[in-house]
Design a protein around this ligand. Structure first.
Ligand SMILES: *Cc1c(COP(=O)(O)O)cnc(C)c1O
Length: 388
């Protein structure tokens, strides 16, 4: 098929040509005296993306999943109680990891489509007088349902109950695209990966830890080796890594940070909001609904519920086979019930109009009762009227 595949999944996201070019380098000596000139500024500038002044950033040659494990094993002890809400596939997988690692996991089930219930969290923490809960695990952007939780609200709930628990935030599909303020929100572990907002291939866990969390690496008793933060801290201080550096990925990350900071991180958030808003206008014009309840809509991914009697897998299949566009599938509980448009990373008005048009064609082909051109028309008007 001539023309390229159009990628609208919420990760891996499209890699800008500037990043691809920056990664296209010969291999080099990662123990040379000049290597620290690459690594040190990257780790320093990452703090501007996480928005922390007092925290410290890290990269591991791994993925976001490893980031969860770095946070847990470096700061907690086997048997520690942690609190987490399950409202989608990624919060589910984090729970699964916490259980398999031997934490005492207090899980609260939330309807898929909603996020962290702040009142419940505050009440539960107030009840925990003995401070048995050692950490709150919060999934900022639940990628499977397109739900964004209010992390500033989570911090307020923790402060209102004067609870000393650590706050871990999975920001894999929010950091570098949805407002994220590690310092202001008192986050102890912020977890991301290279293939979402950073617009790189998968292959790096991109993390930041508070000083409070880093202090705990001295006493945490979980066995760990490859994922030990102490080894990273010792080597990073010298500008090196404890094992072979993924050098091309670090060049790519340097370019990614440069692109994000050149645009301005607040402008990056605003762009994601505006592009997402156009997609939401299209969804409304089709007469369809988001999986996300009002107030929880994500600016990086929209999970769209198909009408009764329709299978979202058919839309995704037609879109891919006939129009060469890739959409996100519904996972586990919402399999067949939703399809997802990823609007994260290197996107602009016209890229999203391509997604909306492709989805519209695939829905019409599958007998959806929608007006041809209605979604595109709604998005066009929104984008035109809000373009600078
Ligand atoms: C993609 C994603 C992950 C998992 O990341 P991997 O890089 O696949 O390990 C975790 N959490 C969220 C919210 C995600 O979107």
């Amino acid at each position: 098929m001539a023309g390229r595949n159009h990628l609208f999944i919420p990760g891996p996201t499209n890699t800008p040509h500037e990043i691809l070019s920056a990664m296209h380098v010969p291999m080099e000596d990662h123990r040379s005296p000049i290597f620290p000139k690459l690594l040190k500024p990257v780790l320093e500038d990452l703090k501007k993306i996480f928005r922390t002044e007092t925290g410290q950033a890290f990269i591991f040659p791994a993925t976001g999943t490893a980031g969860w494990e770095v946070a847990i094993t470096n700061t907690l002890n086997p048997g520690d109680k942690v609190l987490i809400y399950r409202f989608g596939q990624f919060s589910h997988l984090w729970i699964n990891m916490a259980e398999r690692l031997g934490l005492d996991v207090e899980v609260h089930e939330i309807e898929w489509g909603k996020g962290i219930p702040l009142d419940h969290l505050e009440a539960r923490l107030k009840e925990d007088n003995n401070h048995e809960i050692k950490a709150v695990l919060a999934t900022h952007n639940e990628t499977s349902t397109g739900v964004t939780s209010d992390i500033s609200g989570v911090r307020k709930a923790m402060d209102a109950s004067s609870h000393p628990a650590l706050l871990f935030v999975d920001g894999v599909s929010s950091i570098a695209s949805i407002e994220f303020r590690m310092e202001d929100w008192g986050i102890d572990a912020a977890i991301s990966g290279s293939q979402k907002g950073f617009m790189l291939p998968a292959g790096l866990a991109v993390l930041a830890f508070s000083q409070k969390a880093l202090k705990l690496t001295e006493t945490a008793t979980f066995p760990r080796c490859f994922l030990d933060l102490k080894d990273q801290m010792a080597q990073n201080a010298l500008g090196y890594t404890p094992y072979t550096a993924a050098t091309p990925m670090i060049y790519g990350l340097r370019k990614s940070i440069e692109l994000l900071l050149d645009e301005g991180i607040d402008n990056v958030y605003a762009r994601h909001y505006r592009l997402a808003e156009g997609v939401r206008k299209a969804i409304t014009a089709w007469g369809l609904k988001l999986c996300a309840a009002p107030g929880f809509e994500s600016d990086t991914v929209s999970a769209i519920v198909v009408p009764e009697g329709k299978d979202a897998k058919d839309v995704i299949g037609t879109a891919f086979n006939k129009y060469n566009i890739s959409l996100g599938a519904g996972l586990t509980e919402v399999a067949g019930k939703v399809f997802r448009i990823g609007h994260i990373g290197d996107m602009n008005d016209v890229s999203l109009l391509g997604a909306i048009a492709g989805v519209e064609m695939a829905m019409l082909d599958n007998g959806f009762d929608i007006v041809p051109g209605s979604g595109v028309a709604a998005a066009i008007e929104y984008y035109r009227s809000t373009a600078k």
